[in-house]
Ligand binder design. Structure first.
Ligand SMILES: Nc1ncnc2c1ncn2[C@@H]1O[C@H](COP(=O)(O)OP(=O)(O)OP(=O)(O)O)[C@@H](O)[C@H]1O
Length: 230
């Protein structure tokens, strides 16, 4: 382990005229159809929309997991579409955090070790210490529990804390409340909003849960690969 995370200019996330098409010839599907989206540091944007509308595609492209067919995806001033696969992986590791539906935790590791693993992988100490991040998500008491002994909401909270270890500029969150009851859903999204504001992260959350939209700064709707205000 070497240094803390270097300071960087956060400019958030900007997608411009992004298209993503699958298939060929007359059976082409535009998962993303000329999408423009700018998310500023400290802003939580929710994306709703019917199944198959392109929401997961949007997250995959915004986080550099999938290369778009056209357009640009700029994070902190770097256009991800211009990077080599190797450079993109490195950039993703340093600038982008992901939170998936199930929390995606490592079963054998305690909550605190999930966060420390990120430090080990990146070779960098977190700007905010793992203990502090766990405290921020209300998980100090369960820091030494493995995921099997945590509730769905608790796992999600650890997932959010873990995604913040690398001080990402962009946080991409897929259906964080899918497995949670109403009360826990509110808690998790409130927490996400607070962490987004405090850490100046540009966060995009895909959700089917209209109940939690009140905690978001902006709500967009995706229909047939197009993004519009909800
Ligand atoms: N790898 C792929 N190959 C071909 N078509 C794909 C692929 N991935 C997605 N699609 C198509 O792109 C469109 C958008 O899919 P996407 O998964 O982004 O939608 P979604 O809004 O996330 O749906 P859901 O809410 O059901 O998760 C759909 O028509 C889907 O069938």
């Amino acid at each position: 382990m070497t240094t803390t995370t270097e300071p960087r200019t956060r400019t958030g996330l900007a997608l411009a005229d992004v298209t993503l098409t699958f298939g060929d010839g007359d059976r082409e599907v535009a998962a993303l159809d000329h999408v423009d989206l700018a998310v500023t540091p400290g802003e939580l944007v929710a994306v709703v929309g019917p199944s198959g509308a392109g929401k997961s595609s949007l997250l995959a492209v915004a986080g550099g997991l999938t290369r778009p067919t056209g357009g640009s995806v700029v994070v902190d001033g770097t256009d991800l579409t211009t990077l080599t696969t190797r450079a993109l992986a490195r950039f993703r590791r340093d600038h982008v955090g992901f939170v998936f539906q199930s929390g995606n935790l490592v079963p054998a590791l305690t909550a605190i070790d999930q966060l420390r693993l990120v430090e080990t992988i990146t070779g960098r100490r977190a700007a905010t210490p793992p203990e502090q991040l766990l405290a921020a998500v209300g998980m100090t008491e369960h820091a030494h529990r493995r995921p099997g002994r945590l509730s769905g909401g608790e796992r999600q909270r650890v997932g959010i804390a873990r995604a913040l270890v690398a001080s990402p500029s962009v946080l991409l969150v897929d259906e964080p409340t899918a497995a949670l009851d109403r009360r826990r859903s509110h808690e998790v999204v409130e927490l996400l909003a607070r962490q987004t504001h405090e850490h100046a992260v540009a966060t995009v959350m895909v959700t089917h849960d209209h109940d939690v939209l009140e905690h978001c700064d902006r709500v967009l709707e995706m229909v047939d690969g197009r993004l519009r205000p909800a």
